[in-house]
Ligand binder design. Structure first.
Ligand SMILES: [Cu+2]
Length: 164
């Protein structure tokens, strides 16, 4: 490297350093002001839309006397492990099913053959049940029949709910 090249190299390094210092100083002098909404990019949020309704009510499972328990087994998240117990559950229409997740990670009980099923979650859906928590599925308004269900987090977890 000749002398000129060294000077140019150091000059470029120096300009980089100066740019960094200037940016650091200017940006630290101009922090965003909380509540300042004068930006030309500001857009108001759309009004909240009504939540999709499913026939699974968000109620505290501990206050409900369930008729049947469906357990999500520990280790169910691992493909190939036993997941729902019982895998095929038969209940009488009107029965209240308590879904107990005894695993350590969240799972769901969602009707349908899988995520691509257009009817998925339209009949029942617990939404996420955290590890160690429980949810309720009410069958009062579900027509008698056989429904496959799966876990939206782990779609290989599947089971069948039969309503008589
Ligand atoms: Cu799962």
């Amino acid at each position: 490297m000749g002398l000129n090249e060294k000077i140019i190299f150091l000059g470029i390094l120096g300009m980089g350093a100066i740019t960094g210092v200037i940016s650091y100083v200017i940006f630290s002098e101009l922090p965003p002001t909380p509540g300042d909404t004068k930006s030309i990019y500001r857009q108001d949020l759309p009004p909240p839309t009504a939540q999709a309704t499913t026939k699974t009510e968000k109620i505290d499972p501990s206050t409900v006397k369930a008729d049947v328990t469906l357990t999500i087994l520990e280790g169910a998240a691992t493909q190939g492990n036993p997941d729902y117990d019982p895998d095929e559950l038969s209940v009488k229409k009107g029965n209240i099913i308590k879904v107990e997740n005894v695993d350590l990670v969240p799972h769901t009980v969602t009707n349908g053959a899988g995520p691509n099923d257009p009817n998925s979650a339209k009949i029942f859906d617990t939404s996420l049940i955290m590890g160690g928590e429980a949810a309720i599925i009410q069958t009062e308004e579900i027509d008698a029949g056989e429904y496959t269900y799966y876990c939206t987090v782990h779609p290989y977890m599947t089971g069948t709910l039969k309503i008589e």
